[in-house]
Design a protein around this ligand. Structure first.
Ligand code: NAD
Ligand code: UDP
Length: 325
């Protein structure tokens, strides 16, 4: 990996993954510019970095152009939890598409390398299992998840076309469900919901019969892979990044109940529209090209996440958006 000090822009840098990425890059000595509009995050996520001379926080919306000189760009700005991205779906499409256009324009002008945080959602409700990068997906273009799925798919298209047409140096990773400390406790994602509900001994909201599956990656493993992808020569992607250990959502509920020693009871709620039935990354390419393999098991990562949830004042976080009502 490069030891040179670089000027690095992280869009969405105050978010769950972005704040950890900024932290790592600051620790490596890089000059880090964190750009965020704080739609789904709060300044407290990066408060501890504000007094570092190599960290700068910029309030800005990626749908609007911005000019700065940088060597690398990590494009993470986009609401990621279903409740968040469905809150204002039109804005979600604009964030993905105009945001990608703006960072690609900047990368073209500066000669910067630019990485897109894409998603397993580009596979939709997959008919191929596990999902390799060569699978084109099964996405509903007009449903309630489409603003996110199709927005991210167009962003991938823009990245590939800027690479082909303008020779921009791009990277695309497809991130599968990632969890860990600093997730917004009210983001509505399954890990944060289950932990919060268990710690408060409130009912656990299991959507559908709980037999749908996800494969959960701990955030430290994920951030490690993002940085490797950015700094590996000759690998454009898309590359899947995730933990291939697959669990039913019912199993996740049972593990969370056990680790929190909670008295919560499971209540069944309707499955949201277009909820993918199965999801598991094929990470052959990440292993081969990045020499990367996730090392944190689900119980191990959940223990750390639960410890963080216990350490915060959950009631001081406002539920920012309606959550599947
Ligand atoms: P997050 O919501 O915590 O972070 C997203 C950040 O982007 C927030 O700080 C938010 O305020 C900011 N943002 C949103 N719209 C913006 C805009 N228009 N202008 C500027 N900033 C804006 O979510 P996260 O889990 O940290 O996700 C980060 C990225 O990774 C997203 O692009 C997401 O699609 C992708 N991703 C995450 C996961 C996951 O499981 N965590 C899975 C797949 C893909
Ligand atoms: N889910 C659930 N209860 C909740 C929140 C989510 O059963 O309180 C389910 C949801 O229906 C989905 C899975 O958990 O099948 C993962 O949901 P999440 O919103 O975390 O992520 P995504 O669907 O985007 O993978």
């Amino acid at each position: 990996m490069s030891r040179k000090i670089l000027r690095i822009l992280v869009t969405g840098g105050a978010g769950f993954l972005g704040s950890h990425l900024c932290e790592r890059l600051v620790d490596q000595g890089h000059d880090v510019l964190c750009l965020d509009n704080f739609f789904t995050s709060q300044k407290t996520n990066v408060f501890h970095l504000l007094n570092k001379p190599n960290f700068e926080l910029i309030r800005h919306d990626v749908t609007l152009p911005i000019f700065m000189e940088v060597d690398q760009i990590y494009n993470l700005a986009c609401p990621a939890a279903p409740g968040h991205y469905q809150y204002n779906p039109i804005k979600t499409v604009k964030t993905s598409v105009l945001g990608a256009t703006n960072v690609l324009g900047m990368a073209k002008r500066c000669g910067a390398r630019v990485l897109q945080a894409s998603t397993s959602e580009v596979y939709g409700d997959p008919q191929v299992h596990p999902q390799p990068e060569s699978y084109w997906g099964n996405v509903n273009p007009i449903g309630i998840r489409s603003c996110y799925d199709e927005g991210k798919r167009v962003a991938e298209t823009l990245f590939m076309d800027y690479a082909r047409m303008n020779k921009v140096d791009i990277r695309i990773i497809r991130i599968f469900n990632t969890y860990g400390p600093r997730m917004h406790p009210f983001d509505g994602r399954v890990v944060s919901n289950f932990i919060r509900q268990c710690l408060k001994n409130e009912p656990i909201t299991l959507f559908g019969n709980g037999q749908q599956t996800r494969s959960f990656c701990y955030r430290d493993d994920l951030v490690d892979a993002i940085i490797r992808m950015m700094n590996t020569e000759g690998v454009t992607g898309p590359i899947n990044i995730g933990n291939p250990d697959e669990f039913t959502i019912r199993e996740l509920a049972d593990i969370t109940l056990e680790l929190t020693a909670s008295k919560s009871q499971i209540v069944h709620m309707p499955l949201p529209a277009d909820d993918p039935t199965r999801r598991q990354p094929d990470i052959t390419l990440a292993r081969k090209h990045l020499g990367w393999n996730p090392s944190t098991s689900l119980p191990e990562g959940l223990e750390k996440t639960i410890a963080w949830f216990r350490s915060i004042d959950i009631d001081s976080y406002r539920p920012p958006t309606p959550n599947y009502q």
